[in-house]
Design a protein around this ligand. Structure first.
Ligand SMILES: [Zn+2]
Length: 427
């Protein structure tokens, strides 16, 4: 996602011009570098106690209302058959589910139901993942119906979701392992419903089988490439060994590191830890990460490719292995994102400012350092001026992963940061 521009930029010499072309210069002073007037200004997102200020909260809430209206208007001309979480109706349902979570307003839950029903009418049986396949609408459908206490409908969605495991586990399936189209994206769907409905929603054996399939696939490629020592779990998508969250190692490791995936301690230590460290060693001097193992240029600072996605893997590795080095690397990602994360590609989650802002929220959760909450708020402030920076307009401008719905999701999380969660990715 978002790499098609890179070819054109190869012609530009000098990394600075490249960076400027991809991101805006961050106009915000960092928290320590503000002068006294700014510290106490009414425009500050955090109050003296380090909490989100009432004024900022109000500003964000009113922008959410305004953007929701624009989104609803825009969606009237959206592709009626796009059911996906990434660009289609399930993504919009997921946004309303989030708004229901933070406001408890029943009308939001009703909207979520309307949108997910639209998605469920359009399933095509081609893919299984949460983001781009049938797994997303089925999982979100199960959760929405569960909230509405429609047990029969919820169970129906769950049954269909579990039936998709056949193609995920089949030895002669050519399904990849990455998050958008592969096994990790199906694993996410299972873990998501377990989290939202309860541990009994999905039996442990199914999760274990999917996890094993991902591990086996990674071991096989590692063996083929003779990398068993350095990187015992290796994955590729379209013949390329991607690093980032959307198509690459970081996204797959991130899912396998989830406590609810119940990977054994031995496997964590023997297979996952060295693999995570292998990715760590690919770090550029800037603190950013390459988009693929064969790519040596420090270009993309997106959730899909680069530090904003790798950061989540590092934070999870810190939680699991309790080694500070992971958190230090994650903090370095945070610096790169602060400098180069206000993207010209727009405000979305996949390769936009909102997706990058979630990195600060995750750093805030991991460290409780208000500096990161401040930075998250500043990226939100950028999104408050939605559409005024001259960014590129995405193909699906109102969708969850490319467009406005993603920015609204981010704004709604920033003002209640304790429970924030990057949709379709964090658990
Ligand atoms: Zn992207």
């Amino acid at each position: 996602m978002g790499e098609n521009m890179s070819k054109r930029l190869k012609l530009v010499t000098g990394s600075e011009s490249e960076m400027e072309e991809r991101s805006f210069i961050n106009p915000f002073p960092d928290r320590e570098h503000r002068d006294a007037a700014e510290h106490s200004g009414a425009n500050e997102p955090l109050d003296a106690g380090g909490k989100i200020s009432d004024a900022f909260q109000k500003k964000v809430q009113s922008k959410i209302k305004d953007l929701l209206q624009q989104m609803e208007e825009g969606l009237k001309t959206a592709d009626p058959h796009d059911f996906s979480t990434y660009t289609g109706w399930t993504g919009i349902a997921l946004l309303y589910l989030q708004l229901y979570r933070v406001t408890q307003e029943a009308s939001h839950l009703q909207r979520a139901l309307d949108y997910v029903k639209r998605a469920l009418r359009n399933l095509n049986g081609r893919r299984v993942t949460f983001l781009c396949g049938d797994g997303g609408p089925l999982a979100v459908g199960a959760v929405v119906h569960h909230h509405l206490k429609n047990q029969t409908e919820s169970q129906e969605c769950l049954t269909k979701l579990l039936q998709l495991q056949r193609s995920v586990l089949s030895p002669d399936s050519d399904i990849p392992d990455e998050l958008l189209y592969g096994r990790a994206g199906y694993l996410y769907a299972l873990l998501y419903v377990s989290k939202e409905i309860g541990p009994d929603a999905v039996d442990e054996t199914t999760i274990a089988k999917v996890v094993t399939a991902i591990l086996e696939s990674g071991k096989n490629l590692s063996k083929e490439e003779k990398k068993e020592e350095r990187c015992p779990l290796l994955y590729e998508w379209h013949k390329k060994q991607y690093v980032g969250a959307a198509h690459g190692l970081a996204g797959i490791y991130y899912m396998l590191l989830q406590p609810s995936a119940k990977v054994s301690q031995d496997t964590l230590n023997e297979l996952l830890r060295p693999s995570v460290d292998y990715v760590r060693h690919k770090k550029f001097r800037s603190g950013n990460y390459p988009s693929s193992l064969s790519n040596e240029t420090d270009r993309l600072v997106h959730w899909c490719h680069g530090a904003p996605g790798v950061l989540h893997m590092l934070i999870m590795a810190h939680k699991v292995f309790r080694d500070e080095k992971y958190l230090r690397d994650a903090a370095e990602c945070g610096e790169v994102i602060w400098q180069r994360g206000l993207l010209r590609k727009g405000y979305g989650l996949c390769h936009g400012t909102a997706g990058n802002g979630y990195a600060f929220l995750s750093l805030y959760h991991a460290t409780q350092d208000k500096k990161y909450l401040y930075r998250a708020c500043k990226f939100a402030e950028w999104c408050l001026d939605y559409g005024t920076h001259g960014c590129r307009i995405p193909d699906r401008p109102y969708s969850l992963f490319e467009g406005m719905a993603g920015a609204i999701h981010y704004l709604s999380d920033v003002i209640q940061p304790e429970g924030s969660c990057f949709p379709a990715f964090e658990l």
